[in-house]
Design a protein around this ligand. Structure first.
Ligand code: HEC
Length: 165
């Protein structure tokens, strides 16, 4: 009887601990609105948490942080989501060659938030001291005339400048 009580106490404690660590994980997301957009629009290809899918879509867990942290690379992120991209790319020694659709139908704020989720919630510390994207920054990127081919060419220059391969 006593042992049973102890057992159920232990089980209750474990459940409570699980709930606490679940809450801690939820709190650790800095850009929840961006996560919601990511899960609804991006995860189908890039997978939950941006871990990527071999042969389909690259992981978004390392390069975006480096892009965001550099003056030259920072444009690459809004340009990619606004205009899309295709052509073979290499990310961490794997190649991908499929079409990234454009998401210019999303609002400036939605795009800023989804990029912030990618950069600040999925990229560890590779973003360094990068500032979060703002809706105004997306608006300015939207005003540039650019297409998916130009985004691809720009990526090659950015990855070369940053020493990414
Ligand atoms: C239909 C599948 C698909 C969807 C949906 C998708 N992507 Fe992509 N994404 C790709 C592919 C494929 C590439 C690589 C394109 C290439 O090979 O040129 C890519 C590339 C990228 C890159 C560039 C990575 C790099 O290293 O240069 C970023 C950033 C990105 N996607 C973000 C997003 C975000 C944010 C969303 C949601 C708003 C999204 N993607 C939705 C398929 C997708």
């Amino acid at each position: 009887m006593k042992i049973d009580t102890l057992k159920s106490c232990a089980a209750a404690a474990l459940i409570a601990l699980g709930a606490i660590s679940g809450a801690a994980r939820a709190e650790a997301i800095h850009f929840p609105a961006g996560k919601a957009t990511f899960d609804a629009r991006c995860a189908v290809c890039h997978q939950a948490g941006g871990k990527g899918q071999d042969g389909l879509a690259p992981p978004l867990t390392a390069y975006p942080g480096h892009y965001a942290a550099s003056a030259q690379g920072r444009h690459q992120l809004p340009d990619t989501v606004l205009h899309g991209m295709y052509g073979e790319i290499r990310v961490a020694d794997k190649t991908y060659n499929f079409k990234m659709p454009n998401f210019d139908s999303l609002s400036d704020d939605e795009l800023a938030q989804v990029l912030n989720y990618v950069v600040f919630d999925l990229n560890g510390s590779s973003h360094g001291a990068a500032k979060p994207f703002t809706a105004a920054e997306i608006k300015a990127a939207r005003a540039k005339s650019m297409d998916a081919g130009a985004v691809y060419a720009q990526r090659a220059a950015v990855t070369k400048a940053l020493g990414l391969r």
